[in-house]
Design a binder for this molecule. Sequence first.
Ligand SMILES: Cc1cc2nc3c(=O)[nH]c(=O)nc-3n(C[C@H](O)[C@H](O)[C@H](O)COP(=O)(O)OP(=O)(O)OC[C@H]3O[C@@H](n4cnc5c(N)ncnc54)[C@H](O)[C@@H]3O)c2cc1C
Length: 425
Amino acid sequence: MQINRRQILGGAAASAASLSFPALVQAKAASAHVVVVGGGFGGATAARYLRQFAPHIQVTLVEPAERFYTCPFSNLYLAGLRSWDSIGHDYDGLRKAGVNVVHARADNVLGDAKRVLLSNGQALSYDKLVLSPGIDMRWNALEGYDEAASQLAPHAWKAGAQTQLLKKQLQAMPDGGKFVMVIPANPFRCPPGPYERAAMVAHYFKQHKPKSKILLLDDKDAFSKQGLFMQGWKALYGDMIEWVKQADDGKVTHVDAKNLEVESSFGTKHKADVLNVIPPQKAGFIADRAGVTDASGWVPIKPENFESTRVKDVYVLGDATIAAPMPKSGFAANTQGKVAAAAIAAELTGQPLPAAAFANTCYSLIGTDYGISVAGVYRSTAGKLIEVPDSGGVSPMDGNAAFRKAEADYGAAWYKAISADIWGG
Ligand SMILES: Cc1cc2nc3c(=O)[nH]c(=O)nc-3n(C[C@H](O)[C@H](O)[C@H](O)COP(=O)(O)OP(=O)(O)OC[C@H]3O[C@@H](n4cnc5c(N)ncnc54)[C@H](O)[C@@H]3O)c2cc1C
């Protein structure tokens, strides 16, 4: 029998279908082992959905952290609108779904031998390997900004100790202080993220330090949902937030973390009370070790299944990939994880490759009752990822207060739903 995409994407239908596979196919799948590296948005999704689509396949998820803290809603944590605990998720739900979870780091991939070497000394053999390692920072790509500097001027672009450090610094800042954020050129993780962060820090300042200012120094001239952000900033925070585009001297070329000072390409110096530097990025290091990155530091993939174009049987998801026009978002990584899981399940059980379709919505919160969004649907056509014409778009500029409140509520519902979908809660 053939499984169509609808069956493969519907968990119950996929489980039922798997029961009727011929014995030979079941036996082949039963001995198959898929190793997934990275228990974030892409990897944890792929691991869970592989078990759902083909319960006979053994799935091992490799992730160092016992609790994963999400970047989504970490800006709300900075604002005081979410507790730290509420953005953390453990792996019990994945274990219950039959995924073997190993808390270790993958240190190397031996592609020819099809083995992954772990920090705990284990070596895992695989039939298929999925990598969803997220991003690493390009230390020193921005002069003066290395790992030591991030302890003084945090990036807070991976949720964890960095996010908590930035929050402590904001809390310690006197009223009337200046928060400076350095924003990189594209591509980088979460295109609307810096601008949501500006709004959430402004929300916190408005409550606790209303004389303070926010300066955004940007290495580009336009950004995601720009008109909506600027409208919302003005409406809720007046002149508190100033955005400087690249053409107006926004590009930072040097960071002096000790003195909390940055210098622009025009030679202008800015002194901060709290300095948040979001540096240029690349795919997580294991992608490089697996030999799947190109000269850009990111990973080219086949859009129909997210298999690497460079190394067979290695699939790469999420922020690490070159998947434009899809953004580097958690939602995108989640749909890519489902597409790759369906493709791997189909291949390991001798079924045809299902058609690939992807979606994304990025909600951003500007104030407690003020949300905005951008959405899109994407398809793989003739070896390319394309955005389906007229499939999405951004919130209307003339949305009224009820509309903005509804989008804030949808954003909270999205977070709850995607957390349950990936980690089980
Ligand atoms: C401030 C901010 C706000 C954001 N808000 C949103 C939002 O509202 N909506 C949205 O959709 N997206 C949002 N994002 C983007 C989202 O966080 C990322 O796009 C998403 O996390 C990408 O998923 P991923 O699987 O590629 O990486 P991640 O989710 O980062 O997961 C990577 C995992 O791999 C693990 N790992 C790395 N290397 C190894 C290794 N060698 N061995 C084992 N494990 C390894 C890491 O520990 C990590 O757990 C936001 C990002 C930021 C910074």
